[in-house]
Design a protein around this ligand. Structure first.
Ligand SMILES: [Zn+2]
Ligand SMILES: [Zn+2]
Length: 378
């Protein structure tokens, strides 16, 4: 089933519009004798106008159609497409359904065009499973033609969040509207007494939030919400998000907070270094004092000169402790290389990604470990 059909004289018919998008009434194509000849825009097989049990208008393929992407679309897919088209139109944008790209390498479920005709954004109801690679490629094909895209999912598949996407919930008895249930977030800085760092700069964190699909569609079209890859996962009860939609001011707030955080970490580490230096100086002084109190051995030709400075044991002269677990510090470099290689192999095996190691500084940001990066993300 599809919302569009091709007619020889009228061009593209759109069942979601009262005048079929061409100044024709639904009655002019629905149950007419003789039949109006209309073709599927995807496979060019004849289609006929139909109304669902719930009053939804669409075009159905005549019997014996070839395998066609539009023929195979489910009712749920169809309803979501209709909702997306309605949301785009409510935002004051032009919506076209089932639009093919100039090179034929993409087909948009709903193509939104700005009132001045300059900005285009595809809204894709992606209900069937798809791999991260595939959806990345499809996003790139849209981008090549200057089309932004938002993938809309009704199930939390692994790709959700990897590309600009949202998780939506259909209307129910309790909630008459389509809801963006996941993929929308805001950044807050709250008072926190629990963590040492937070006492000075507050506790900054991304939080998931929800909205009705219609206002969200308007925000995304007009830039009040933008797709934002996160520097690390946002874990919710249902999903680990690597990217979210958010307002530009939250992105600024998060960047400002990160700078304050890095400065606070640097200050804390400086403090720790000073304290460690101070402790070392005290230990050295104690050591010298102990040596001075020791009874002098009887003079022999091989004894050291009395004025020689006491040597400080290696352990005492160590510099400030690295913020790294002891086992890792003590790991011979060859074993460390083996560990890193094993981690990369594991990532390939379990997740099918070619990862690389970055930031071997054992920073707190990486939980004192070494992050694996896949596709620019930790
Ligand atoms: Zn078809
Ligand atoms: Zn905190």
């Amino acid at each position: 089933m599809g919302f569009t059909a091709q007619h020889d004289g009228r061009g593209r018919l759109d069942a979601t519009q009262a005048d079929l998008g061409c100044g024709w009434a639904w009655e002019a194509v629905h149950r007419t004798r003789p039949r109006v000849v209309m073709l599927c825009p995807e496979c060019a097989h004849p289609v006929h106008a139909k109304v669902s049990r719930y009053g939804l208008r669409f075009f159905a393929h005549d019997p014996g159609s070839p395998t066609c992407a539009l023929a195979g679309e489910s009712m749920e897919h169809h309803l979501l497409k209709l909702e997306l088209a309605t949301a785009v139109r409510a935002a004051g944008y032009h919506a076209e359904l089932e639009v093919r790209g100039p090179d034929g390498d993409w087909r948009a479920d709903v193509m939104a065009t700005s009132p001045d005709g300059t900005g285009r954004m595809a809204w894709e109801a992606q209900l069937s499973p798809i791999t991260v690679d595939e959806i990345t490629q499809r996003t790139a094909r849209f981008a090549k033609d200057d089309v932004r895209v938002c993938w809309v999912a009704t199930k939390l598949r692994p790709w959700v969040g990897e590309m600009p996407s949202v998780h939506v919930r259909p209307p129910s008895d309790d909630e008459p509207n389509w809801i963006v249930a996941g993929g929308l977030a805001r950044f807050t800085v709250d008072r926190c007494e629990e963590h040492l760092l937070c006492r000075s700069i507050g506790h900054g964190e991304w939080h998931e939030t929800t909205a009705d699909l219609r206002p969200f569609t308007a925000w995304a079209l007009t830039g009040r919400a933008v797709a934002h890859p996160l520097p690390s996962w946002l874990h919710t009860e249902q999903h680990a998000w690597t990217g979210v939609w958010t307002a530009p001011q939250y992105i600024t707030a998060a960047a400002t907070y990160q700078q304050a955080h890095d400065r606070a970490v640097a200050a804390l580490e400086q403090q720790q270094r000073l304290r460690a230096d101070e402790q070392r100086r005290r230990r050295e002084a104690e050591y010298r004092a102990q040596r001075a109190r020791r009874p002098t051995a009887p003079a022999t030709p091989s004894s050291e000169p009395a004025d020689r400075q006491p040597t400080v044991p290696q352990q005492v002269s160590r510099t400030a402790p690295r913020p790294e677990p002891v086992w890792q510090v003590n790991l011979p470099s060859q074993d460390r290389e083996h560990l890193h290689a094993a981690a990369l192999a594991e990532a390939r095996l379990l997740l099918g990604v070619n990862a690389e190691l970055r930031y071997r500084d054992g920073d707190r940001r990486w939980a004192l470990g070494t992050p694996l990066y896949a596709g620019g993300r930790p």
